[in-house]
Design a protein around this ligand. Structure first.
Ligand code: CP
Ligand code: NVA
Length: 303
C-alpha cells in the first residue's frame, strides 16, 4: 500500500489487517504513543469537516506526530499553483498528505507527483477512511466478528455508498444498496464491487425497494445531498421520502444496528428516535474514525 485513495486495491486480508490494527490501537493506545514521533502530516481540505479534521489532528498527536492543517486560504487547490507543484513542495517537508477534495482526479495527481503517501479523506467518488471505521464498528458490535455479516445502505448513491459497498464486497459480506430509481451508485463501481464480492464470498445487491434490506444486521444512512451537490433539497425530499429510516422501518426490517457516517440531518434521512435509539452505533463509528485512520497511517508510514 503506497497510497490510500480507495479500498478497491486492497485484498480481503489487508482490509482485515487494517481493522485489527484499528481495534488494537483502540484497546492499547499507549503502544502507539510514539509511533509517529518526528513525523509531520499535512491535512488538506477543499470542503468543510468536523469528524475528519479533528480525528486526524488528534489521532496524529496521540501517536507523537504533528498535523499541519491546510484550508483554502490560498484559494482552491490548483489555482495559485498547479497540483503538481503543490505535491512536489509538500513532499519536501511532510511525511504524508491527507486530502479532502472535490475531484478524485486531484488525489490521483497528488499521488503521481508527491514522494510521500496520499490518504483520501473524502472525494466525489470515495470515503475510504469512513468505511474502515464503519466496518470496525460493525465488527465490534457483532462481538468481534464480520463472519456472515450483512449491511444495507439506504439513500443516495454517493461517495460513502461506494466505499461501503466496495469494502464490504472485499470483506466478503452481503451488502444491499437501496436508492430511489435514478440515484444508484456508479455503474462501473458496482460492477467492480460485484466481481470482488463473488471472489471473496460476498454479495452486492442493488435495489430500489427498502424491503430488500430485510434481515440485515445494520441499516446505514448518509445525507441525501452531499457537499458540492447542487440539487434542490425540496425535490430530493419528495423523491426520497419513502427511503427515510424510522422506527417502523427498523422494526419491519429486523435490523440490529443503525449506522450513519454523519453529519446527520435529523428528521430528513432518519428520524430522531432512530438516531438516539439503543441500536444506533453512530458515536462508535465517529470514535473509530481516529483509530481506523491511525491504522492507515501506521500501515503507510511504517512499511
Ligand atoms: N463523516 C465525516 O467525514 O464527517 P466530516 O465531514 O465532519 O469530516
Ligand atoms: N456524502 C457526504 C458525506 C459526508 C461525510 C458528502 O460527501 O457530503
Amino acid at each position: 500500500m503506497d497510497d490510500f485513495l480507495s479500498t478497491q486495491e486492497l485484498s480481503k486480508e489487508e482490509l482485515h489487517d487494517l481493522i485489527k490494527l484499528a481495534v488494537d490501537h483502540k484497546q492499547n493506545p499507549s503502544k502507539y504513543s510514539q509511533a509517529l514521533a518526528g513525523k509531520s502530516i499535512a491535512t488538506l481540505y477543499e470542503k468543510p469537516s468536523l469528524r475528519t479534521r479533528v480525528s486526524f489532528d488528534v489521532g496524529i498527536a496521540k501517536m507523537g506526530g504533528h498535523a499541519v492543517y491546510l484550508d483554502q486560504q490560498n484559494g482552491a487547490l490548483g489555482k495559485r499553483e498547479s497540483v503538481k507543484d503543490f505535491a512536489l513542495n509538500l513532499s519536501c517537508w511532510v511525511d504524508a498528505i491527507v486530502a479532502r477534495v472535490f475531484d478524485h482526479q486531484t488525489l490521483v495527481e497528488l499521488a503521481e507527483h508527491s514522494s510521500v503517501p496520499i490518504v483520501n479523506s473524502l472525494c466525489d467518488l470515495y470515503h475510504p477512511c469512513q468505511a474502515i471505521a464503519d466496518y470496525q464498528a460493525l465488527y465490534e458490535a457483532r462481538g468481534n466478528s464480520l463472519e456472515g455479516a450483512s449491511i444495507a445502505y439506504i439513500g443516495d448513491g454517493n461517495n460513502v455508498t461506494h466505499s461501503l459497498m466496495m469494502s464490504g464486497a472485499i470483506l466478503g459480506l452481503k451488502v444491499v444498496v437501496i436508492t430511489p430509481v435514478g440515484y444508484s451508485p456508479d455503474a462501473q463501481i458496482v460492477l467492480k464491487a460485484q466481481k470482488l464480492a463473488a471472489k471473496n464470498g460476498g454479495e452486492v445487491i442493488i435495489s430500489d425497494d427498502v424491503m430488500d434490506a430485510k434481515g440485515v444486521d445494520a441499516i446505514y444512512n448518509d445525507t441525501w445531498i452531499s457537499m458540492g451537490d447542487k440539487r434542490s433539497i425540496d425535490d430530493i425530499k419528495k423523491t426520497f421520502k419513502p427511503y427515510q429510516t424510522n422506527a417502523k422501518l427498523m422494526t419491519d426490517l429486523g435490523a440490529k444496528f443503525f449506522m450513519h457516517c454523519q453529519p446527520v440531518y435529523r428528521g430528513v434521512e432518519v428520524t430522531d428516535e432512530v438516531v438516539d435509539s439503543e441500536q444506533s452505533i453512530l458515536m462508535v463509528q465517529a470514535e473509530n474514525r481516529m483509530h481506523a485512520q491511525n491504522a492507515i497511517l501506521l500501515t503507510l508510514l511504517n512499511k
